[in-house]
Write a protein of this length. Structure first.
Length: 493
């Protein structure tokens, strides 16, 4: 499916996006050619392989380093489905994941529907359409719908284990980890690369490190969202189960419900960085360390410029924003109802831990909570310093709803940056929003260039993305075109 526009005569014309991307490609080829001693563009180009049916898709495994282009939708009526991707394919195990993919795959916005993968007892790494990808792989503009994927570890709808780049892609359907399963995500099971401008909306279950979008992230997740509900498991997050990388400008809206530890509306356990992000789903567990945004923020974890608005319910160490904070939380706020048995706070359930050593600090700084909606008067349930430091710094305050909404928020929440980071919401009055805010978590696929074809308020590069993200999309498209080395495919027209 092409996203070319029409000129006044009704004929195809190149889009601005692709013209810019092609310009970047030609520049890159010219520079590379000079550096390599005169290799011309023609000598370095090869056309991508067109994928039009399930057999074509399955054949990618025979040449995983090549570049591919999906030219139409694939579903149960497309030739090859029963033999390759249906529930009875491959001895009733469904599609055989493509391992070691290192090439380029451009879905061009086409959908891959009703993919079935059922490999519940195999102790193999990577279960998904692509079982694993290398650092050079680029997967973009893929829409995976109504997928049913079951695996043992590193389980994702699109990619099981990603070391490359996944951009402008989405997945819907049910993701299930089996007993003992780890690292299960709606789009990617384990991410060591980059996931950007992408979304997932299916229900996800697993044993540990379970996320609506990514199970375990040690790379980068940005400008992405998840809206599926989360089931059983520990280290469960509405977007990412466990994070030791970077999560930014992202959101989660699905409810998270489990009986285990370390549960958050956005991230279950954070050993990395979470910034400019939000969670709005309800979070509930019968256990400990539960937060509206993050379950536990570790000694090396940082949370900044983020918010949580869902109701939070747990046993011990329950916070409207973070269950246990042993790292740094700053310039954030919480507004959802918070209930628990002990160590309950409007912002943080427990600040610090017994693991703190001298010169190690657990800090809550410049953050706010709504005393009326959280139903909490204290920002922190308990403080545990160990041998280090655990304290509140700057302005940490509980405010009534009226002082956190509308134009008055800028005055009453003065520790937040309303110049370049936050903005007030006045029509009608609401809580502050990020100026380059996370995309809505109900993303329904890529927009047609220059339109809001899916009704999500986007501009052709996904939901609600601003100019900076558009440039990222152009850069990603240019990179993939360069890897293909072609000027004739529909993405360059």
């Amino acid at each position: 499916m092409s996203d070319r526009g029409l000129n006044s005569a009704g004929t195809s014309r190149p889009s601005v996006r692709h013209a810019v991307a092609l310009g970047l490609v030609l520049l890159s080829v010219t520079v590379a050619g000079a550096a390599l001693g005169g290799v011309t563009a023609a000598e370095s180009q090869s056309s991508p392989v067109e994928i039009s049916n399930w057999t074509d898709l399955d054949d990618i495994r025979n040449n995983p380093g090549a570049n591919y282009m999906l030219v139409n939708d694939l579903d149960e009526t497309t030739p090859g489905y029963d033999m390759v991707a249906g529930p009875n394919a491959n001895g009733a195990r469904g599609f055989d994941p493509i391992d070691g993919f290192s090439g380029g795959f451009d879905g061009q916005g086409n959908s891959i529907a009703n993919l079935t993968i059922d490999r519940p007892i195999e102790d193999q790494g990577g279960v998904g359409l692509f079982g694993s990808t290398s650092g050079g792989a680029v997967i973009e503009e893929v829409t995976l719908t109504s997928a049913t994927v079951t695996g043992y570890r590193d389980v994702g709808g699109l990619v099981g284990e990603n070391r490359g780049t996944v951009i402008n892609s989405s997945a819907s359907g049910d993701l299930n980890g089996t007993s003992g399963s780890v690292r299960v995500g709606g789009l990617v099971g384990r991410n060591n690369g980059t996931v950007s401008n992408s979304s997932a909306s299916g229900a996800v279950d697993g044993l540990t490190s379970v996320g609506g979008l990514v199970g375990t992230n040690s790379g980068t997740v940005s400008n992405s969202s998840a809206s599926g509900n989360m089931g059983d498991g520990s280290q469960v997050g509405g977007l990412v189960g466990s994070n030791s990388g970077n999560v930014s400008t992202s959101s989660a809206s699905g409810d998270v419900s489990t009986d285990s530890l370390d549960v958050g509306g956005l991230v279950g356990i954070n050993d990395g960085t979470v910034s400019n992000s939000s969670a709005s789903g309800d979070v509930s567990t019968g256990s400990n360390r539960v937060g509206g945004l993050v379950g536990i923020n570790s000694l090396i974890g940082t949370v900044s410029n983020s918010s949580a608005s869902g109701a939070v319910n747990g046993s011990n160490q329950v916070g409207g924003l973070v269950g246990v904070n042993s790292g740094t939380v700053n310039e954030s706020f919480a507004t959802g109802a918070v209930t628990g048995s002990t160590d309950v706070g409007g912002l943080v359930g427990q600040l610090g831990s017994g693991l703190l050593v001298p010169r190690v600090e657990a800090i809550l700084r410049d953050s706010y909570y709504d005393t009326q909606t959280t139903e909490q008067q204290a920002a922190v349930g308990t403080i545990v310093e160990g041998n280090g430091t655990a304290e509140l710094r700057g302005e940490v305050a509980g405010l009534p709803t009226s002082q956190m909404q509308g134009a008055s928020a800028a005055q009453n929440m003065g520790a937040l940056d309303f110049t370049s980071t936050w903005q007030t919401v006045t029509a009608p009055a609401g809580y502050p929003e990020l100026q380059s805010g996370p995309p809505p978590a109900a993303e329904r696929g890529p927009d047609i260039e220059g339109t809001d074809s899916d009704g999500d308020g986007g501009d052709g590069f996904g939901p609600g993305f601003g100019p900076g993200v558009v440039l990222a999309g152009l850069s990603g498209a240019g990179y993939l075109l360069k890897r293909r080395g072609t000027t004739t495919d529909t993405d360059a027209e």
